[in-house]
Each structure stands twice: as C-alpha cells, then as structure tokens.
Design a protein around this ligand. Structure first.
Ligand SMILES: *Cc1c(COP(=O)(O)O)cnc(C)c1O
Length: 392
C-alpha cells in the first residue's frame, strides 16, 4: 500500500467511527447568528462569552491600532518585534489580575505548551488533572518531566501523588474552568497542596478570565487566591485573550522572577514572531470592556440560569456547571451527532464533542452561551431539546 492509501484508509476509519471533523464557512462576523451556505443559524458554539468579538468598539480599536502601529511585528519579541503598546498591555494585565508581571503570547495553546517545559524538565514531576486542556497535556509531554495525571478534581488523589514524589521541582497544572465540562477546579485546595508540598501551581483560566471574579478578573480572583505580595508567588496564571476578550492571544501572569524566567526560557515565546502590535492596542480596549462589563456578565449569568432551569429533570443531563459552558452528555458518538444534526435541521447549531476531546463514552453537546444571546434564543434551544428528547 502506498503512503497515500494508508492515509485514505485512516481517514475512512475516522469517518466510520464518527470521528471525522468538518469545518463550516461562516459568511457572517462572529455572533450567535451565523450564516452557512446562505442559510441563517442560531449558534451556541463560540467562546465569545461577553459578545466582544463582534463589538463595534473593539473592531474600531483594531482598525485604529493598525493605523497607528501598522500590520506586522516583523521579528520575534526578543529580537526587534516588541512594541511599547505590548508592554503597556502587559502592565495592564498584571494590574488587572493582581500579579506582579504579565507576558503576552500570540495564542493560549502556544503559551501553555511552552510554559510547562520552561518550568519543569527531566527529573522533575508534573501533576495534572485528567481533563486538562490539550495544550497543557502537550506541554507536559514536551517537558520530559515525570507525568502524574490525577482523577478529575480529586484533591485526595493529588495529595497522595505529591506525598510519594521524590522530585525536587513539582508543578501542579490545572484548567480553572474545564473547557468541555464547564466545572471549576478547587483552586484553594490546589493552592494549599502547592504550599504544603512546595510546588508551583499553574492555572489555565482560559474560560474564567473576563467571566468570573470581581470585574471579570478571573477564577483565581474569585477564589480569593493570595496576590503577588504574599504566598501568591507560587501561582502562575494563564489567561486567553481569544475567548471572553473577543480577540486573540494569551498571557501568563505571576511573580516578577517567574515571568522573567518564562520570557528567557519559553521556546514558543522565543522562536515565534511577535503578534501584530495593533492587536495589543485593541486588547487594551478589550480589557476596559471586560472591566466595565458587569451588565454583560449579569446577562450571561441570567442566560445560564435560564438554560439550566429549562433542561432540569430530563433524561439527558447537563453536567453540574455555573459557567457559560454547559455540557449535555449523550454518551454514544453517533447519538450525539444525530442530535446535533436534528438541531441543525431546525436552524440551531450546537457542536457535538466527541473523543478524543472528551473521554470515550461521554460524547456530548457543548452548549456555550454568550452575553450576545437573547433570552428567547435560550428558550428556542430548550424547547427544541425537550421535544427531541421525546422523539429520539
Ligand atoms: C482555548 C483554550 C486554550 C488555547 O487558547 P487559544 O488562545 O485558543 O490558543 C488553552 N487552554 C484552554 C483551557 C482552552 O480552552
């Protein structure tokens, strides 16, 4: 068999197992109203939790940034591709999250898979929640450190692993809000274990930044984790700027020495071209919109409550979650796909998430809500799901 025949067979196997993925060309800007092949759908798919991706003020800031700073960065940050506006954004993010310093990356995936190997290497030990995001898992594999995955949210199991570890450098790694389940890591418990076993704690707040905590400062702020001045130095916080912030990029925030070390050693920072400075210009506006976005967060919380109440007491169960990520677990891949297809027929777009993104046998609809949804949008989805549950 030729190499290409091998790939053809592997692709056919994906199709057969309902694992093949397809893209859909949206003909409209990001919002819950999408247009595919000229047909309008109401979508519950994006991570644009505050509805900022389509916000005119933010689009205006991006255009203004391009006029002021041009198009590209021209080089990597440590050569000549770093701009004053990017340092200003880093200072803004540090102040906003209450950490000493922040470093901005072009993407959350790059931040995570670079930071983990910069913090732990051969002979060290990493302790990771089983449901961590792929970027954290890949960072762990790249690091060559000993990898210890503990059952989801299980502090007692983590404690046992930490207690038996002989590694001198220990790094605990967890999503703050889990991307496919919507539940929240026990950050105070993780911090207590980090202190007790003298470990670093890396928290990926991709889905909490902008959404949770006072003024959207994120999950660590909501949990009341210590700030930079006290024991907070062991907390290394990642946030993405591609979800609630409505644009693209990510940041890591922490103690001055930690961030300086990461700037020196993170290969995905050193060996990539800086993101366009216009983006940093627009992100400064995004942080303002997040900070003054109390009404958006209240709207989002109300929509979440409306969805949860509407789907209570059904056969299909929502996983417990108070975030805008709501997982309706169906189980079987084909059944989850059939439900998503039936919704699509009605003009409702909710993605079916299958393994390997989620564990085998837990295929689900991942319903994500945005402040850009209207209450009637949620009612339409609830009505359709309740009706299809009877029919399917
Ligand atoms: C989306 C996501 C990332 C990656 O961020 P990007 O900016 O999209 O690359 C990292 N971690 C988690 C938990 C995510 O959900």
């Amino acid at each position: 068999m030729s190499r290409l025949d091998g790939l053809r067979a592997a692709l056919a196997a994906l199709e057969r197992d309902h694992m093949r993925r397809f893209r859909h060309d949206n003909e409209a800007p990001c919002s819950p109203r999408v247009v595919i092949d000229g047909k309008a759908y109401l979508a519950f798919c994006s991570n644009d939790y505050l509805g900022l991706a389509g916000d005119a003020r933010l689009a205006g800031a991006l255009a203004e940034g391009a006029r002021r700073w041009g198009a590209g960065a021209g080089a990597s940050h440590l050569v000549s591709g770093h701009y004053a506006v990017q340092s200003a954004l880093e200072r803004r993010l540090a102040a906003f999250t209450g950490r000493e310093r922040a470093l901005v990356f072009p993407a959350g995936f790059m931040a995570n898979c670079g930071i983990v190997p910069a913090l732990a290497g051969r002979g060290d030990a990493i302790f990771a929640d089983r449901l961590n995001h792929a970027s954290l898992i890949d960072g762990m594999l790249l690091s060559r450190a000993g990898a210890h995955r503990y059952p989801h949210l299980d502090l007692a199991a983590l404690e046992r692993l930490l207690a038996t570890s002989k590694a001198s450098t220990k790094l605990i790694v967890s999503d703050a809000v889990f991307s496919m389940d919507g539940d929240i890591a026990p950050l105070r418990g993780l911090m207590a274990l980090a202190e007790r076993f003298d470990a670093w704690l890396l928290v990926d707040d991709a889905h909490g930044f902008g959404v949770l905590g006072p003024r959207g400062r994120g999950t660590p702020a909501e949990a009341g984790l210590p700030d930079a001045a006290s024991e907070g130095w062991r907390l290394i916080q990642v946030g993405t700027l591609s979800k609630a912030a409505g644009l693209a990029g990510a940041f890591v925030a922490g103690a001055e020495e930690v961030v300086e070390w990461l700037m020196q050693k993170t290969r995905t920072y050193l060996f990539t071209t800086g993101s366009p400075p216009a983006l940093a210009h627009a992100l400064l506006t995004a942080i303002d919109l997040i900070e003054e976005g109390e009404a958006r967060r209240e709207r989002l919380a109300a929509l979440t409550g409306r969805l949860v109440a509407g789907l209570a007491q059904r056969r299909w169960k929502l996983l417990p979650s108070r975030t805008p990520v709501q997982a309706l677990v169906i189980g079987d891949n084909a059944a989850a796909l059939a439900l998503a297809a039936a919704l699509l027929e009605e003009g409702l777009w909710v993605p079916a998430i299958r393994p390997p993104t989620v564990p085998a046998g837990s295929a689900r609809l991942r319903i994500s809500l945005s402040a850009a949804h209207a209450p009637e949008d949620v009612d339409r989805l609830v009505e359709a799901l309740n009706r299809l549950e009877e029919a399917l």
